[in-house]
Design a protein around this ligand. Structure first.
Ligand SMILES: NC(=O)c1ccc[n+]([C@@H]2O[C@H](COP(=O)([O-])OP(=O)(O)OC[C@H]3O[C@@H](n4cnc5c(N)ncnc54)[C@H](OP(=O)(O)O)[C@@H]3O)[C@@H](O)[C@H]2O)c1
Length: 237
């Protein structure tokens, strides 16, 4: 397949964790990748040896609005199109209801809620042009239900889910399909730091998310999946 026929996928936060594994899988499957990461020099493993014709590693900081535009513009300059946006970058501060931490709340609001919306808005015109544009928002089960005391994280993920569904409605007529992927615990640094009492072995694996993302991207416009809920423990639905 020529590069001009391959789909261009943007992934935020692809230098480690879930985003990195998703990027590796999609690269193996022949997609062209535009990775938005805070420190482009920090790319390691198989991604670091992919040629420039197939991979753009662009600076992107979710806390800097201008960097979203610069990454989108850089992707268009490099590949000439955008077919898929995967909003993955996210942070967790495990502050609870009675903690007084406006700054940490604001940071989660900025990175988890506002930044993906900003990227979605900027990518929309290009996804429209694609005719079968896709957005995959890596939200969380924390955006679907509350069962602990991570109030700020949960608030930011509920907000991100609202943005995801808004994009789903607004993009429909132009062939844009939006899916919110909502995992429970997944093996990563995030859970190793913030959920030390839950064993990593019992958690879902980033590879499982990558498989889901890969399958979602194969579905035609007529088979849309608005949400995927994934659990490593039983929960009421
Ligand atoms: N792990 C879980 O159990 C779980 C469950 C449900 C949903 N999620 C969601 O899945 C996504 C990925 O999580 P993960 O588990 O892979 O976490 P992770 O291992 O902590 O990785 C987070 C990623 O987000 C990036 N990031 C953080 N702040 C950023 C910023 N200001 N600008 C750009 N990139 C930034 C990080 O880049 P740096 O290396 O530069 O920090 C890193 O690439 C997040 O949205 C998270 O909320 C995770």
């Amino acid at each position: 397949m020529k590069n001009t026929e391959k789909k261009v996928v943007m992934i935020s936060g692809a230098n480690r964790g879930i985003g990195k594994v998703v990027a590796e899988k999609l690269s193996e499957e022949g997609y062209l990748l535009s990775l938005g990461i805070r420190n482009p020099g920090s790319l390691t493993g198989s991604l670091s040896s992919i040629p420039e014709t197939q991979l753009l590693c662009h600076a992107y900081d979710a806390k800097i609005p201008q960097s979203a535009k610069s990454w989108i513009d850089g992707t268009i300059e490099h590949f000439g199109r955008i077919d898929v946006l995967i909003n993955n970058a996210g942070i967790l501060h495990s502050i609870g209801l009675e903690d007084d931490s406006e700054e940490l709340l604001d940071e989660m609001w900025e990175v988890n809620a506002k930044a993906p919306l900003r990227l979605t808005r900027l990518a929309f015109p290009y996804l429209r042009k694609s005719g079968s544009g896709r957005i995959i928002d890596i939200i969380s089960m924390s955006g679907k239900r509350v069962k602990g005391n991570w109030v700020g994280y949960s608030m930011s993920k509920y907000a991100a889910l609202a943005a995801s569904h808004t994009a789903r409605l607004q993009g429909w007529e132009d062939g844009i399909r939006v899916t919110a992927v909502c995992p429970g615990y997944v093996q990563s640094e995030m859970t190793a730091i913030h959920a030390p009492n839950v064993k990593q072995e019992i958690m879902s694996r980033p590879q499982d998310i990558a498989r889901i993302v890969s399958t979602l991207l194969l579905l035609p416009n007529e088979s849309h999946v608005p949400e995927v809920l994934m659990n490593c423990v039983i929960e009421p639905v």
